[in-house]
Structure formats: structure tokens, C-alpha cells
Design a protein around this ligand. Structure first.
Ligand SMILES: Cc1cc2nc3c(=O)[nH]c(=O)nc-3n(C[C@H](O)[C@H](O)[C@H](O)COP(=O)(O)OP(=O)(O)OC[C@H]3O[C@@H](n4cnc5c(N)ncnc54)[C@H](O)[C@@H]3O)c2cc1C
Length: 416
């Protein structure tokens, strides 16, 4: 860390008052108290996404403290983040918030939230810390353009006013104007497409089951010959199709392919992955032998919710009053296929209201992940969702915002 007294006074402008913008401005202000830091936010409500995040609770980070494991949660950006996470990772996020008076708690699945269960706690903490450090906030003022000259950047506001600075942090999230500013400064943008969504499967008999869930299902996504992905996790039937952690992960890893296929793909569901196919056959044969007089639709062969079992039996077209004893070898094979590799046709994407992000953004090769400074335009830094980084659901998206913003702020403040 540089010697504060030896640092020159410098002007830093942060464009974007979201998680990354605030975190970056705070890091710069801490490392260089004499820097003049201005944060410009387009909307009247800074930190709007923090406030709505995690269903209003803000899933701040994830209790995963090994950078090598952490990066596996980023369909895009994992490789670039590897080194960055060795400098600022979830442990540091927890310590950062603790020092600022905000305690985080861990839920059973590893997601971390403020103990207050309120995203307002996080927004208030960031606003107060920035204010206390003298970061000048300009709220409700969109930046329209940035021009660079050999000695400084000129930031043009919507009002027509211009501001100059030596260092610039672009933290505009997935806003198109932010991408345009980055492009005008010489950067390439990977086309933005949505990530983290549910799958629409317009099959009436399935969507009639809305609300039914299983704790563990294996879901396989086939978008094309090249794109075949698999996840395991809880699965929930919705009014439009399916959701749940496995589906959301598939939507993230398959985001670009699914966009290109216009969200048409095949989903193969194994509703009972605890059985290997042979074991499932043996198990169902045992059920047939023992419960031959019972109706297949009423006596479940595997431990699935009743309505789901009946739906699967119906999908194989076994008449409802068929007794187990009369299930033929062929029908049994069909039932096994339906339980372990039922095919569903995805036709469109739905909304996961707790979290969604944009895949795409500033090309990562053009940014140094030690400092988050551009390799194309020295003095320009990037943090947060404007970068071509996105994580699966669970607090990973905020973690990449905290990490990239912290490194950018540190480097901007330290530079002489
Ligand atoms: C509903 C929802 C819930 C979410 N929940 C979670 C969660 O619980 N955990 C998690 O890890 N992730 C969550 N995410 C993702 C997370 O919110 C984002 O990854 C994160 O907000 C990115 O931070 P950012 O600062 O880069 O961008 P943003 O939060 O989008 O902030 C960018 C800011 O820049 C401003 N801006 C844009 N253009 C300009 C301009 N030209 N001039 C001035 N200002 C500009 C915008 O107004 C905005 O305030 C959620 C996302 C959504 C949509």
C-alpha cells in the first residue's frame, strides 16, 4: 500500500452508484484520503439493485473461501477472477462489513445475508461509509459520454455540464450507455444477454402441478450437439415450467447458447437420481411383485410427490386403474425412462425474481485483473457487472462486484 502523504491529490470519477461504484469509491477514498472522489449516479435512487436483491434480503456473498472452488461458480469470468479472489474474497467481504458494523450470517446452502435480513442495512452501510469518507455524490445525473485526452478524461453529463478527472471507474452495470462509453474508449463488448432465468415448458399437465417440488433431481440441458449441460439440485414446478437451483445454474451456463436458440431446447429430467437405471428396474420389479393388486397410479413406485407420480404414469399412458401386476416389460421400461430421463421441450424463458444478471460486457482480455485498469485506455478502470463476468445464483454476483471494485479502488487511489 502506498504512503498516503506521498500521494498527489487526484481527481477520481466513479460512474454508477451501484454495489461496485460505492465499493470502489470507498476503497479509493480509504487508500488516498486526499483524493477528490466524485460518484455520479444516473437514477434518483442509488444502490437500487442492492435494495431489491435477494428478495429484499441481499445475498451479499457465499461462504466459499477457497478461490479455486469459488471461481467454479462463474460461467463467465472465473479464470480472470482466480487471482483477484486471492486478493479479495468472501472472507474479506465478511471482514469488511463487520468492520463497518454489519454482521453477516450463513444459511444452510452457503448463502450469506445481513443478520437483519434486510438489504437496506447493506445500502445504508455503503452510503454512510462513502459519506463519512467525503465521497462527493451526484445523484440523478446520467453521464452521457467520456472523452479522453493525454492528461485527463472529460465526463459529459446529461445537463451538458462537463467534469474532468485523471482516473475513471466505469461501474455502470449492464446499462447500454455504460457499454457505449467503454466502447468509445476503445473496448470491445461481448454482446449482453440475460442469465439466471427459469424455463418455460408449456405442457399443461406439467404446469398444473405448480408448487410441486423434489429435493434432488438431475437436469440435463441440450441446446445443440455442442451444448449439453447437467446439474443436480432441488426442482420446482411453476405455473410456466420449472425452476430451482439446478435449472438456474443451467440457465447461467447455457445463457448464450439458449439466447442463440431463441430459448428452444430440450430438458431431460431424472426425477429420482438416487437410483441407477438398473437399480430402478429392480426396485420397480420388486414393487410389482409385492403390490401387484394395487393400481400403479395410486401406489407410488418411487418416493415422489403423489401428483408428480400420477403425472409421470399418465405421461407413459398407463390407464389410471392398471394394477402393478399387469404392467408389461415394455411399459415398465417406458416408466423407467419417464422417471429417469423424461424429455421436456423448453419454449422460452421465465423470470427468477430473486436475482438476475447479464452475461456479456467489457472483454476481459482488455483489463488487468491485478488493478482492474484497462489495458487499452490507461486511467480507465472497470468493476462489477459492466465486465463480461457473471455468476450463478447464491451471492456470487455481488462477490465479483466487491472484489473487482475493491481492487480498482485500491489501484486508483494508490496511483501517483
Ligand atoms: C432482482 C435482482 C436481485 C439480485 N439479487 C442478488 C443477490 O442477492 N446476490 C447477488 O450476488 N447478486 C444479486 N443480483 C445481481 C447483482 O444485483 C448485480 O450483480 C450487482 O448489482 C452488480 O453491481 P454493479 O454495481 O456492477 O451494477 P448495478 O447494481 O446495476 O449498478 C450500476 C449503477 O450505474 C448506474 N448507471 C448506469 N449508467 C449510468 C450512467 N450513464 N451515468 C450514471 N450512472 C449510471 C445505474 O443507475 C446503477 O445504479 C440481483 C440482481 C437483480 C436484478
Amino acid at each position: 500500500m502506498g504512503n498516503v502523504s506521498s500521494l498527489q491529490t487526484q481527481n477520481i470519477i466513479v460512474i454508477g452508484g451501484g454495489a461496485a461504484g460505492f465499493f470502489g469509491a470507498i476503497a479509493a477514498a480509504r487508500v488516498n484520503p486526499s483524493a477528490q472522489i466524485t460518484l455520479i449516479e444516473a437514477s434518483r435512487k442509488p444502490l437500487a439493485k442492492v435494495l431489491i436483491s435477494g428478495g429484499g434480503r441481499c445475498n451479499v456473498t457465499h461462504a466459499c473461501f477457497d478461490p479455486a472452488l469459488l471461481v467454479q461458480n462463474y460461467p463467465r469470468g472465473g479464470k480472470a477472477l482466480r487471482g483477484a479472489f486471492s486478493r479479495f474474497q468472501p472472507k474479506d467481504t465478511i471482514a469488511w462489513f463487520k468492520k463497518a458494523g454489519v454482521k453477516l450470517k450463513t444459511e444452510a446452502d452457503g448463502r450469506m445475508f445481513p443478520v437483519t435480513n434486510s438489504s437496506q442495512t447493506i445500502a445504508d452501510c455503503l452510503l454512510e461509509t462513502a459519506n463519512n469518507l467525503g465521497v462527493k455524490l451526484q445523484i440523478g445525473i446520467p453521464v452521457m459520454a467520456v472523452k479522453s485526452s493525454s492528461s485527463h478524461f472529460t465526463v459529459t453529463l446529461k445537463s451538458g455540464e462537463s467534469l474532468n478527472c485523471e482516473r475513471l471507474l466505469l461501474a455502470t452495470g449492464s446499462n447500454p450507455i455504460g457499454y457505449k462509453i467503454a466502447q468509445d474508449l476503445g473496448h470491445d463488448i461481448e454482446p449482453p444477454v440475460p442469465s439466471l432465468f427459469t424455463f418455460n415448458i408449456p405442457e399443461h399437465n406439467l404446469t398444473k402441478l405448480a408448487g410441486v417440488s423434489v429435493n434432488t433431481a438431475k437436469v440435463r440441458l441440450q441446446v445443440s450437439e455442442k451444448i449439453r449441460l447437467e446439474q443436480t439440485g432441488a426442482l420446482l414446478v411453476t405455473h410456466w415450467g420449472v425452476s430451482g437451483p439446478g435449472v438456474l445454474k443451467l440457465s447461467a451456463w447455457g445463457a448464450r447458447g439458449l439466447y442463440e436458440s431463441n430459448y428452444r431446447a430440450t430438458l431431460i429430467i431424472n426425477w429420482s437420481p438416487e437410483y441407477h437405471q438398473d437399480q430402478l428396474r429392480e426396485h420397480l420389479l420388486a414393487v410389482k411383485n409385492e403390490w401387484g393388486k394395487r393400481a400403479v397410479a395410486l401406489h407410488r413406485g418411487v418416493n415422489l410427490p403423489h401428483r408428480l407420480w400420477q403425472f409421470l404414469v399418465n405421461r407413459v399412458q398407463i390407464p389410471p386403474d392398471t394394477k402393478w401386476a399387469y404392467v408389461s416389460k415394455d411399459t415398465l421400461s417406458q416408466l423407467i425412462r419417464e422417471i429417469s430421463q423424461g424429455e421436456y421441450f423448453i419454449q422460452g424463458k421465465g423470470v427468477f425474481k430473486d436475482e438476475f444478471v447479464t452475461c456479456g460486457g467489457v472483454c476481459l482480455k482488455q483489463v488487468s485483473f491485478k488493478t482492474m485498469e484497462s489495458r487499452i485506455a490507461p486511467g480507465v478502470y472497470f468493476a462489477g457487472e459492466i465486465l463480461d463476468i457473471d455468476g450463478v445464483t447464491g451471492g456470487f454476483n455481488f462477490q465479483s462486484a466487491w472484489t473487482t471494485a475493491y481492487l480498482a479502488g485500491l489501484a486508483m487511489g494508490e496511483r501517483e
